[in-house]
Design a protein around this ligand. Structure first.
Ligand code: NAP
Ligand code: GDD
Length: 350
Protein backbone atom coordinates (compact mmCIF):
# COMPACT_ATOMS: atom_id res chain seq x y z
CA UNK A 1 0.00 0.00 0.00
CA UNK A 2 1.42 3.44 -0.96
CA UNK A 3 2.19 5.58 2.06
CA UNK A 4 1.66 8.96 0.45
CA UNK A 5 0.15 10.61 -2.61
CA UNK A 6 2.26 12.92 -4.77
CA UNK A 7 0.97 15.12 -7.58
CA UNK A 8 3.52 16.11 -10.23
CA UNK A 9 2.54 18.85 -12.66
CA UNK A 10 4.51 18.41 -15.90
CA UNK A 11 5.04 14.65 -15.47
CA UNK A 12 5.70 14.31 -19.22
CA UNK A 13 8.82 16.53 -19.02
CA UNK A 14 12.41 15.59 -18.18
CA UNK A 15 12.22 16.25 -14.44
CA UNK A 16 8.62 15.06 -14.12
CA UNK A 17 9.48 11.64 -15.52
CA UNK A 18 12.60 11.18 -13.35
CA UNK A 19 10.80 12.42 -10.24
CA UNK A 20 7.88 10.06 -10.88
CA UNK A 21 10.30 7.14 -11.06
CA UNK A 22 12.06 8.26 -7.89
CA UNK A 23 8.82 8.67 -5.91
CA UNK A 24 7.43 5.33 -7.11
CA UNK A 25 10.59 3.71 -5.80
CA UNK A 26 9.97 5.46 -2.46
CA UNK A 27 6.50 3.88 -2.31
CA UNK A 28 4.38 6.90 -3.26
CA UNK A 29 1.17 6.75 -5.27
CA UNK A 30 2.15 9.06 -8.14
CA UNK A 31 -0.35 11.26 -9.98
CA UNK A 32 0.70 13.53 -12.82
CA UNK A 33 -0.92 16.20 -14.92
CA UNK A 34 -0.57 16.22 -18.67
CA UNK A 35 -2.06 18.58 -21.21
CA UNK A 36 -4.13 17.54 -24.17
CA UNK A 37 -2.00 17.55 -27.34
CA UNK A 38 -2.98 16.41 -30.84
CA UNK A 39 -0.30 13.71 -30.56
CA UNK A 40 0.44 11.85 -27.29
CA UNK A 41 3.67 12.75 -25.54
CA UNK A 42 4.38 10.05 -22.98
CA UNK A 43 7.69 8.83 -24.39
CA UNK A 44 9.76 9.62 -21.29
CA UNK A 45 7.40 7.68 -19.00
CA UNK A 46 7.51 4.77 -21.45
CA UNK A 47 11.27 5.02 -21.79
CA UNK A 48 11.66 4.75 -18.00
CA UNK A 49 9.13 1.89 -17.90
CA UNK A 50 6.77 3.64 -15.51
CA UNK A 51 3.91 4.63 -17.83
CA UNK A 52 1.63 1.94 -16.38
CA UNK A 53 2.46 2.85 -12.79
CA UNK A 54 1.42 6.50 -12.70
CA UNK A 55 -2.08 7.97 -12.75
CA UNK A 56 -2.52 10.69 -15.36
CA UNK A 57 -4.88 13.65 -14.98
CA UNK A 58 -5.61 16.01 -17.88
CA UNK A 59 -4.98 19.62 -16.80
CA UNK A 60 -3.61 22.80 -18.29
CA UNK A 61 -1.95 25.58 -16.31
CA UNK A 62 -3.95 28.24 -18.12
CA UNK A 63 -7.17 26.58 -16.96
CA UNK A 64 -7.59 27.14 -13.20
CA UNK A 65 -10.55 24.76 -12.94
CA UNK A 66 -8.51 21.88 -14.34
CA UNK A 67 -5.78 22.47 -11.76
CA UNK A 68 -8.38 22.48 -8.96
CA UNK A 69 -9.73 19.18 -10.32
CA UNK A 70 -6.23 17.68 -10.40
CA UNK A 71 -5.68 18.54 -6.75
CA UNK A 72 -9.12 17.22 -5.75
CA UNK A 73 -8.74 13.93 -7.63
CA UNK A 74 -5.23 13.13 -6.45
CA UNK A 75 -5.67 14.18 -2.78
CA UNK A 76 -1.93 14.80 -2.57
CA UNK A 77 0.26 15.05 0.49
CA UNK A 78 2.88 16.73 -1.70
CA UNK A 79 2.70 18.71 -4.95
CA UNK A 80 5.74 19.11 -7.15
CA UNK A 81 4.99 21.98 -9.50
CA UNK A 82 7.27 21.38 -12.48
CA UNK A 83 5.03 22.28 -15.43
CA UNK A 84 6.09 25.40 -17.29
CA UNK A 85 6.93 26.86 -20.66
CA UNK A 86 10.53 26.09 -19.81
CA UNK A 87 12.51 27.12 -22.87
CA UNK A 88 14.15 30.54 -22.47
CA UNK A 89 14.47 31.03 -26.25
CA UNK A 90 10.74 30.45 -26.79
CA UNK A 91 9.88 32.95 -24.07
CA UNK A 92 11.17 35.74 -26.33
CA UNK A 93 8.78 34.47 -29.04
CA UNK A 94 5.85 33.93 -26.67
CA UNK A 95 6.30 36.35 -23.76
CA UNK A 96 2.59 36.58 -22.93
CA UNK A 97 1.99 32.83 -23.06
CA UNK A 98 5.08 32.30 -20.93
CA UNK A 99 3.75 34.78 -18.34
CA UNK A 100 0.39 32.97 -18.27
CA UNK A 101 1.85 29.47 -17.96
CA UNK A 102 5.16 29.86 -16.14
CA UNK A 103 4.14 32.84 -13.99
CA UNK A 104 0.38 32.89 -13.33
CA UNK A 105 0.23 29.09 -13.49
CA UNK A 106 1.94 29.06 -10.08
CA UNK A 107 -0.79 31.22 -8.56
CA UNK A 108 -3.47 28.96 -9.99
CA UNK A 109 -2.04 25.93 -8.25
CA UNK A 110 -1.30 27.78 -5.01
CA UNK A 111 -4.90 28.99 -4.95
CA UNK A 112 -6.15 25.45 -5.56
CA UNK A 113 -4.13 24.34 -2.52
CA UNK A 114 -5.42 27.23 -0.40
CA UNK A 115 -9.00 26.35 -1.21
CA UNK A 116 -8.76 22.56 -0.99
CA UNK A 117 -6.13 21.72 1.63
CA UNK A 118 -3.52 24.25 2.83
CA UNK A 119 -1.61 21.42 4.56
CA UNK A 120 -0.37 20.08 1.19
CA UNK A 121 3.40 20.51 0.90
CA UNK A 122 4.42 22.46 -2.20
CA UNK A 123 7.60 22.45 -4.30
CA UNK A 124 8.11 25.26 -6.84
CA UNK A 125 10.54 24.68 -9.73
CA UNK A 126 12.51 27.92 -9.45
CA UNK A 127 15.64 28.44 -11.48
CA UNK A 128 19.12 29.91 -11.76
CA UNK A 129 17.71 32.06 -14.58
CA UNK A 130 16.34 34.29 -11.78
CA UNK A 131 19.86 35.67 -11.30
CA UNK A 132 20.15 36.84 -14.91
CA UNK A 133 23.11 38.76 -16.17
CA UNK A 134 25.82 40.67 -14.36
CA UNK A 135 27.33 37.99 -12.12
CA UNK A 136 30.82 36.56 -12.18
CA UNK A 137 31.04 34.49 -9.00
CA UNK A 138 29.22 31.54 -7.50
CA UNK A 139 25.60 32.35 -6.61
CA UNK A 140 23.80 31.59 -3.33
CA UNK A 141 20.23 31.85 -2.03
CA UNK A 142 21.08 35.46 -1.06
CA UNK A 143 22.49 36.68 -4.38
CA UNK A 144 20.41 39.38 -6.11
CA UNK A 145 17.96 38.47 -8.88
CA UNK A 146 18.02 40.33 -12.17
CA UNK A 147 15.94 38.34 -14.71
CA UNK A 148 17.08 38.71 -18.33
CA UNK A 149 14.26 37.01 -20.26
CA UNK A 150 10.45 36.80 -20.21
CA UNK A 151 10.92 33.23 -18.87
CA UNK A 152 13.06 34.45 -15.97
CA UNK A 153 10.64 37.29 -15.18
CA UNK A 154 7.73 34.81 -15.08
CA UNK A 155 9.74 32.48 -12.82
CA UNK A 156 10.60 35.39 -10.52
CA UNK A 157 6.88 36.02 -10.09
CA UNK A 158 6.39 32.32 -9.24
CA UNK A 159 9.30 32.45 -6.80
CA UNK A 160 7.81 35.39 -4.90
CA UNK A 161 4.29 33.99 -4.91
CA UNK A 162 5.63 30.80 -3.35
CA UNK A 163 7.40 32.79 -0.62
CA UNK A 164 4.37 34.99 -0.17
CA UNK A 165 2.00 32.02 0.38
CA UNK A 166 4.52 30.56 2.80
CA UNK A 167 4.61 33.74 4.84
CA UNK A 168 0.95 34.80 4.53
CA UNK A 169 -0.85 31.46 4.80
CA UNK A 170 1.81 29.37 6.54
CA UNK A 171 2.09 27.03 3.56
CA UNK A 172 4.86 24.45 3.58
CA UNK A 173 6.18 25.84 0.28
CA UNK A 174 9.78 25.61 -0.99
CA UNK A 175 11.64 27.12 -3.92
CA UNK A 176 14.28 24.88 -5.44
CA UNK A 177 16.63 27.24 -7.27
CA UNK A 178 17.95 24.63 -9.64
CA UNK A 179 20.82 25.34 -12.01
CA UNK A 180 20.81 23.65 -15.44
CA UNK A 181 20.41 19.91 -15.23
CA UNK A 182 20.52 17.60 -18.19
CA UNK A 183 20.15 13.96 -19.14
CA UNK A 184 19.38 11.70 -22.08
CA UNK A 185 15.71 12.67 -21.47
CA UNK A 186 16.42 16.38 -22.00
CA UNK A 187 14.33 18.15 -24.67
CA UNK A 188 16.07 18.46 -28.05
CA UNK A 189 15.82 22.25 -28.19
CA UNK A 190 18.14 22.67 -25.16
CA UNK A 191 21.77 23.09 -26.10
CA UNK A 192 23.26 20.01 -24.39
CA UNK A 193 20.89 17.52 -25.98
CA UNK A 194 21.00 19.38 -29.31
CA UNK A 195 24.75 18.80 -29.23
CA UNK A 196 24.73 15.16 -28.04
CA UNK A 197 22.08 14.23 -30.59
CA UNK A 198 23.94 15.94 -33.45
CA UNK A 199 27.31 14.44 -32.49
CA UNK A 200 25.75 10.95 -32.46
CA UNK A 201 24.13 11.50 -35.88
CA UNK A 202 27.30 12.97 -37.38
CA UNK A 203 29.41 10.05 -36.20
CA UNK A 204 26.96 7.61 -37.82
CA UNK A 205 26.86 9.58 -41.08
CA UNK A 206 23.25 10.72 -40.53
CA UNK A 207 24.07 14.43 -40.38
CA UNK A 208 26.86 16.69 -41.64
CA UNK A 209 26.96 19.78 -39.47
CA UNK A 210 25.75 21.44 -36.31
CA UNK A 211 24.59 25.07 -36.14
CA UNK A 212 24.82 26.76 -32.75
CA UNK A 213 24.59 30.24 -31.24
CA UNK A 214 26.55 31.69 -28.34
CA UNK A 215 29.45 29.33 -27.52
CA UNK A 216 30.84 31.68 -24.85
CA UNK A 217 27.96 31.43 -22.35
CA UNK A 218 28.87 29.51 -19.19
CA UNK A 219 26.47 27.19 -17.40
CA UNK A 220 26.60 25.03 -14.29
CA UNK A 221 25.38 21.70 -15.67
CA UNK A 222 24.34 18.82 -13.42
CA UNK A 223 22.58 15.48 -13.85
CA UNK A 224 18.75 15.58 -13.71
CA UNK A 225 18.06 12.32 -11.80
CA UNK A 226 20.16 13.62 -8.89
CA UNK A 227 18.44 17.00 -8.94
CA UNK A 228 14.91 15.59 -8.61
CA UNK A 229 15.97 13.86 -5.40
CA UNK A 230 16.72 17.28 -3.89
CA UNK A 231 13.07 18.29 -4.45
CA UNK A 232 11.87 15.41 -2.30
CA UNK A 233 14.48 16.19 0.34
CA UNK A 234 13.28 19.80 0.60
CA UNK A 235 9.75 18.64 1.40
CA UNK A 236 11.10 16.25 4.06
CA UNK A 237 12.60 19.08 6.14
CA UNK A 238 10.97 20.37 9.35
CA UNK A 239 10.62 23.89 8.00
CA UNK A 240 10.03 25.09 4.44
CA UNK A 241 12.92 26.98 2.86
CA UNK A 242 14.62 27.84 -0.46
CA UNK A 243 17.73 26.04 -1.74
CA UNK A 244 20.29 26.37 -4.52
CA UNK A 245 20.95 23.05 -6.28
CA UNK A 246 24.04 23.07 -8.50
CA UNK A 247 27.50 21.58 -9.02
CA UNK A 248 29.49 24.79 -8.35
CA UNK A 249 31.35 24.38 -11.66
CA UNK A 250 30.76 26.51 -14.76
CA UNK A 251 31.70 25.49 -18.29
CA UNK A 252 31.35 27.25 -21.63
CA UNK A 253 28.91 25.93 -24.23
CA UNK A 254 32.01 25.65 -26.44
CA UNK A 255 33.61 23.28 -23.91
CA UNK A 256 30.53 21.05 -24.01
CA UNK A 257 30.79 20.99 -27.80
CA UNK A 258 34.48 20.14 -27.80
CA UNK A 259 34.09 17.43 -25.16
CA UNK A 260 31.10 15.85 -26.93
CA UNK A 261 32.84 15.60 -30.32
CA UNK A 262 36.03 14.51 -28.63
CA UNK A 263 34.26 11.62 -26.89
CA UNK A 264 33.66 10.05 -30.32
CA UNK A 265 37.07 10.96 -31.69
CA UNK A 266 35.79 13.84 -33.85
CA UNK A 267 37.20 17.36 -34.28
CA UNK A 268 34.34 19.80 -33.53
CA UNK A 269 35.82 22.51 -35.74
CA UNK A 270 35.08 20.44 -38.84
CA UNK A 271 31.36 20.32 -38.09
CA UNK A 272 30.22 23.31 -36.02
CA UNK A 273 29.03 26.59 -37.49
CA UNK A 274 28.18 29.60 -35.40
CA UNK A 275 24.83 30.81 -36.65
CA UNK A 276 23.21 34.15 -35.76
CA UNK A 277 19.80 32.46 -35.83
CA UNK A 278 20.53 30.87 -32.46
CA UNK A 279 21.52 34.00 -30.56
CA UNK A 280 18.95 35.39 -28.15
CA UNK A 281 17.97 39.08 -27.85
CA UNK A 282 19.73 38.88 -24.47
CA UNK A 283 21.66 35.94 -23.06
CA UNK A 284 22.83 35.10 -19.57
CA UNK A 285 26.57 34.77 -19.86
CA UNK A 286 27.52 33.20 -16.54
CA UNK A 287 25.74 30.90 -14.07
CA UNK A 288 27.42 28.95 -11.30
CA UNK A 289 25.74 27.86 -8.09
CA UNK A 290 27.00 27.43 -4.54
CA UNK A 291 25.04 24.48 -3.10
CA UNK A 292 26.55 24.70 0.43
CA UNK A 293 23.17 25.20 2.10
CA UNK A 294 21.67 22.13 0.40
CA UNK A 295 24.73 20.11 1.38
CA UNK A 296 24.50 21.25 4.99
CA UNK A 297 20.74 20.99 5.51
CA UNK A 298 19.59 18.38 3.00
CA UNK A 299 22.75 16.26 2.87
CA UNK A 300 22.50 16.65 -0.91
CA UNK A 301 25.48 16.88 -3.24
CA UNK A 302 26.02 16.35 -6.97
CA UNK A 303 27.87 13.24 -8.10
CA UNK A 304 27.80 13.30 -11.89
CA UNK A 305 29.94 16.22 -13.01
CA UNK A 306 30.60 17.80 -16.40
CA UNK A 307 32.82 15.19 -18.13
CA UNK A 308 30.68 12.23 -17.09
CA UNK A 309 27.50 14.06 -18.03
CA UNK A 310 28.69 14.87 -21.56
CA UNK A 311 29.91 11.32 -22.13
CA UNK A 312 26.68 9.80 -20.79
CA UNK A 313 24.49 11.94 -23.03
CA UNK A 314 26.51 11.32 -26.20
CA UNK A 315 26.73 7.58 -25.49
CA UNK A 316 22.97 7.26 -25.04
CA UNK A 317 22.15 9.22 -28.21
CA UNK A 318 24.69 7.17 -30.14
CA UNK A 319 23.15 3.90 -28.94
CA UNK A 320 19.66 5.09 -29.84
CA UNK A 321 20.58 6.10 -33.38
CA UNK A 322 22.53 2.86 -33.88
CA UNK A 323 19.47 0.83 -32.80
CA UNK A 324 17.30 2.96 -35.08
CA UNK A 325 19.64 2.30 -38.02
CA UNK A 326 19.17 -1.42 -37.38
CA UNK A 327 15.42 -0.96 -37.73
CA UNK A 328 14.50 -1.07 -34.05
CA UNK A 329 11.66 1.27 -33.01
CA UNK A 330 11.10 2.38 -29.40
CA UNK A 331 9.73 5.47 -27.62
CA UNK A 332 12.19 8.30 -28.19
CA UNK A 333 11.84 11.87 -29.39
CA UNK A 334 14.64 12.51 -31.90
CA UNK A 335 13.26 10.92 -35.11
CA UNK A 336 10.21 13.20 -34.88
CA UNK A 337 12.06 16.43 -34.21
CA UNK A 338 12.22 18.93 -37.09
CA UNK A 339 15.59 20.01 -38.36
CA UNK A 340 15.97 23.47 -36.81
CA UNK A 341 16.71 24.95 -40.25
CA UNK A 342 12.97 24.47 -40.91
CA UNK A 343 12.03 26.69 -38.00
CA UNK A 344 11.48 30.38 -38.54
CA UNK A 345 10.94 32.72 -35.59
CA UNK A 346 11.65 36.31 -34.65
CA UNK A 347 14.96 35.35 -33.02
CA UNK A 348 15.78 32.62 -35.55
CA UNK A 349 15.10 34.81 -38.63
CA UNK A 350 17.56 34.11 -41.45
P1 NAP B 1 10.39 20.28 -19.62
O1 NAP B 1 11.05 18.99 -19.97
O2 NAP B 1 10.26 21.33 -20.65
O3 NAP B 1 8.93 19.91 -19.04
C1 NAP B 1 7.95 20.91 -18.87
C2 NAP B 1 6.63 20.26 -18.51
O4 NAP B 1 5.62 21.29 -18.42
C3 NAP B 1 6.12 19.26 -19.58
O5 NAP B 1 5.50 18.19 -18.95
C4 NAP B 1 5.09 20.09 -20.33
O6 NAP B 1 4.12 19.33 -20.97
C5 NAP B 1 4.48 20.87 -19.17
N1 NAP B 1 3.72 22.04 -19.62
C6 NAP B 1 4.11 23.02 -20.45
N2 NAP B 1 3.11 23.89 -20.64
C7 NAP B 1 2.06 23.46 -19.91
C8 NAP B 1 0.76 23.93 -19.70
N3 NAP B 1 0.29 25.03 -20.29
N4 NAP B 1 -0.07 23.24 -18.87
C9 NAP B 1 0.37 22.10 -18.27
N5 NAP B 1 1.60 21.60 -18.45
C10 NAP B 1 2.45 22.28 -19.25
O7 NAP B 1 11.12 20.96 -18.36
P2 NAP B 1 12.12 20.30 -17.28
O8 NAP B 1 13.51 20.45 -17.76
O9 NAP B 1 11.59 18.99 -16.88
O10 NAP B 1 11.95 21.33 -16.08
C11 NAP B 1 10.95 21.16 -15.08
C12 NAP B 1 10.70 22.50 -14.40
O11 NAP B 1 11.90 22.95 -13.78
C13 NAP B 1 10.26 23.61 -15.32
O12 NAP B 1 9.36 24.43 -14.58
C14 NAP B 1 11.53 24.38 -15.61
O13 NAP B 1 11.23 25.71 -15.94
C15 NAP B 1 12.24 24.25 -14.27
N6 NAP B 1 13.71 24.27 -14.32
C16 NAP B 1 14.39 23.44 -15.16
C17 NAP B 1 15.78 23.43 -15.15
C18 NAP B 1 16.56 22.52 -16.05
O14 NAP B 1 17.77 22.77 -16.23
N7 NAP B 1 15.97 21.45 -16.58
C19 NAP B 1 16.47 24.28 -14.26
C20 NAP B 1 15.74 25.09 -13.40
C21 NAP B 1 14.36 25.07 -13.42
P3 NAP B 1 4.34 18.78 -22.49
O15 NAP B 1 5.13 17.52 -22.34
O16 NAP B 1 2.94 18.56 -22.95
O17 NAP B 1 5.07 19.83 -23.24
N1 GDD C 1 19.04 26.15 -26.89
C1 GDD C 1 20.17 26.56 -27.49
N2 GDD C 1 20.38 26.27 -28.80
N3 GDD C 1 21.06 27.25 -26.75
C2 GDD C 1 22.21 27.63 -27.35
C3 GDD C 1 22.50 27.34 -28.69
C4 GDD C 1 21.54 26.64 -29.46
O1 GDD C 1 21.71 26.37 -30.64
N4 GDD C 1 23.73 27.84 -28.97
C5 GDD C 1 24.19 28.40 -27.85
N5 GDD C 1 23.28 28.28 -26.86
C6 GDD C 1 23.41 28.82 -25.49
C7 GDD C 1 22.23 29.67 -25.03
O2 GDD C 1 22.29 30.97 -25.63
C8 GDD C 1 22.47 29.66 -23.53
O3 GDD C 1 23.44 30.62 -23.20
C9 GDD C 1 23.05 28.27 -23.27
O4 GDD C 1 23.44 27.75 -24.56
C10 GDD C 1 22.09 27.29 -22.61
O5 GDD C 1 20.88 27.30 -23.32
P1 GDD C 1 19.73 26.23 -23.04
O6 GDD C 1 20.27 24.87 -23.09
O7 GDD C 1 18.58 26.56 -23.94
O8 GDD C 1 19.34 26.45 -21.51
P2 GDD C 1 19.10 27.78 -20.65
O9 GDD C 1 20.28 27.94 -19.75
O10 GDD C 1 18.70 28.91 -21.49
O11 GDD C 1 17.80 27.37 -19.79
C11 GDD C 1 17.73 26.10 -19.13
O12 GDD C 1 18.26 26.20 -17.83
C12 GDD C 1 17.56 27.07 -16.95
C13 GDD C 1 18.29 27.06 -15.61
O13 GDD C 1 19.37 27.95 -15.65
C14 GDD C 1 16.26 25.68 -19.09
O14 GDD C 1 16.19 24.35 -18.63
C15 GDD C 1 15.43 26.55 -18.17
O15 GDD C 1 14.12 26.00 -18.04
C16 GDD C 1 16.12 26.58 -16.80
O16 GDD C 1 15.40 27.42 -15.93
Amino acid sequence: MPTKNALITGITGQDGAYLAKFLLEKGYAVYGTYRRLSTPNFWRLQYLNIFEQVVLIPADLVDAGSMVEAVKISEPDEIYHLAAQSFVGASFEQPIGTGEITGLGVTRILEAIRQINPAIKFYQASTSELYGNGHSSSLTENSPFQPSSPYAAAKLYGYWLTKMYRESYKFFACNGILFNHESPLRGLEFVTRKISNAVAKISLGLEKELHLGNLEAKRDWGYAPEYVESMWRMLKEKEPDDYVIATNEAHKVGEFVEKAFDSLGLDWQEYVEVDKRFFRPQDVNFLQGDYSKAKRKLAWRPRVKFDKLVERMVKEDLERWARWQKGERFPWDAPNYPNESNILTRTLKV
